[in-house]
Design a protein around this ligand. Structure first.
Ligand SMILES: Nc1ncnc2c1ncn2[C@@H]1O[C@H](COP(=O)(O)OP(=O)(O)OP(=O)(O)O)[C@@H](O)[C@H]1O
Length: 311
């Protein structure tokens, strides 16, 4: 499949621009002044606890809901009221409930593609891209969960949109199927597509996103590259050494050790001076048996939201 068509008039426009967007449902402030920009070609992750406002935000951007106030532009155009010029340029991953389950995989994508005025050849190209050509003649209801997720992406892609919106694309997939789908999503980004992805899998957001926004109580509480968010957290590093080589009492005397605990067969040294600790550990232990553990985006997420993350 070829890269999305660049439209010269709007090539410099950000993919998505959201400025001071508010939305209430009765007394509930679902969005309380959200502003963010998604750049062209970016993989943008949207994280947040249940009820944070993610779906409301994405549906406003997709043109499915109207904001109470604020400005939204997608590829330079307002998505509301339903913008017919914009529709062919965005792709929305449908949920399983929107499948034509009695059709074959190929017929499903052909049907969705036809709604966009796109022919069979492109539908089959999209099936091929997601690795489902071998299942083209299989009825949708006989596909596995992972195959259905890929089918949903194929249906969203057949008309070659510039911007792709994904909602929990790897929900309920086994680890191998998730990794396979990550590969596909990286390929799509590599072709220049902009991808906006809500997910409850923080490892996924960390692995795939150029930047992530963390939404809580209707506001964006953090927005940056995962590595920057992790750096800003300033979390210590943990150095794990086999207890036989470094007993806890000896570890407490190490230069740079802030805290010492044990975890299974390991002595765990928590430090903000990892270089000094590793140098000291290297004098008493075999370094190839030593592991280090740094903060992840999940640590950042938990620190920011103060919630246990539930999938
Ligand atoms: N149609 C609606 N009518 C009334 N309240 C709504 C409606 N849709 C969402 N809400 C409320 O708005 C807030 C934000 O909901 P939203 O679905 O946008 O959150 P979310 O971050 O997508 O949550 P989840 O992760 O659970 O999908 C919640 O308090 C929710 O109960």
């Amino acid at each position: 499949m070829t890269a999305p068509t660049q439209h010269p008039r709007t090539a410099a426009e950000p993919a998505v621009l959201i400025d001071s967007v508010r939305k209430t449902y009765g007394d509930v402030h679902a969005l309380d002044g959200v502003s963010l920009t998604v750049h062209r070609g970016e993989f943008f992750g949207v994280l947040g606890p249940n009820g944070a406002g993610k779906t409301t935000l994405i549906e406003i951007v997709e043109g499915l809901r109207r904001a109470d106030s604020g400005t939204v532009r997608v590829l330079g155009r307002p998505p509301w009221p339903r913008n017919r010029e914009l529709l062919p340029r965005i792709g929305v991953q449908t949920q399983a409930s929107a499948f034509f389950v009695r059709l074959t995989a190929a017929e499903h994508v052909e049907t969705v593609a036809a709604l966009y005025g796109v022919g069979r050849a492109r539908a089959h190209e999209a099936l091929d891209l997601v690795g489902l050509t071998g299942k083209a003649r299989t009825q949708v209801e006989k596909l596995s969960g992972g195959q259905r997720q890929r089918l949903a992406i194929a249906a969203a892609l057949a008309h070659r949109p510039d911007v792709l919106f994904l909602d929990e694309p790897t929900a309920a997939l086994d680890p191998q199927a998730r990794r396979d789908l990550w590969g596909l999503l990286r390929d799509l980004k590599g072709q220049g597509r902009t991808i906006v992805c809500t997910t409850h899998h923080i490892d996924e957001a960390e692995a795939l996103s150029d930047r992530v926004a963390v939404v809580k109580d209707g506001t964006v509480i953090a927005l940056d590259a995962p590595a920057e968010l992790i750096r800003a957290l300033g979390a210590p590093t943990q150095v794990l050494v086999p207890t036989g080589q470094l007993p806890p009492d000896a570890a407490r005397g190490l230069d740079g050790a802030d805290q010492v605990t044990t975890e299974g067969p390991y002595t765990v040294v928590t430090t903000r001076a990892v270089g000094r600790v590793l140098a000291a550990v290297g004098r008493v232990a075999e370094l190839q048996e030593v592991r280090t553990r740094t903060a992840t985006l999940e640590d950042v997420y938990l620190a920011l939201t103060g919630t246990e993350y539930r999938t």
